[in-house]
Design a protein around this ligand. Structure first.
Ligand SMILES: [Zn+2]
Length: 137
């Protein structure tokens, strides 16, 4: 696998998908280290499999990212409630980063399912919770 950083071409993806990733790279941060993301062209194999993805230069891996507000809440939660999903792991910086990423995933899922998060980020208006009550009857 090869990685070309700061890629902004369209590759095999549609302009809409590429633009969405570019917007996401400007707004979201790495869910492990909290660092900025870049758009990168990932070349998966020599037979031409390639696509644009978000990438964390600090963690040196592809990373879809998380909303910065959700990262802040996840980091606070892990540090103040001693959350540890990875009990078999030594408690070190990597363990803390993985726990923040795990909580950030759960919070993102929750925010999305409550209608508070979409592809444009966190919403400024509350959802109609009556809609959710009707769904579960
Ligand atoms: Zn990172």
């Amino acid at each position: 696998m090869s990685i070309i950083n700061h890629y902004s071409g369209y590759g095999a993806q549609s302009k809409e998908d590429t633009d969405a990733l570019t917007q996401r790279s400007k707004r979201c941060i790495c869910k492990k280290c909290g660092g900025k993301l870049t758009t990168s062209l990932i070349i998966y194999d020599i037979y031409g499999g390639a696509g644009m993805e978000l990438y964390c230069p600090h963690c040196q891996q592809t990373e879809f990212g998380v909303e910065p507000e959700i990262y802040e809440i996840a980091q606070y939660y892990v540090e103040n409630f001693q959350f540890n999903y990875f009990l078999d792991m030594e408690e070190n910086d990597l363990n803390e980063q993985l726990n923040i990423a795990k909580v950030a995933d759960m919070l993102s899922w929750l925010f999305k399912n409550l209608g508070l998060l979409d592809h444009n980020g966190l919403k400024n208006t509350l959802p109609d919770y009556q809609f959710y009550k009707r769904l579960h009857r």
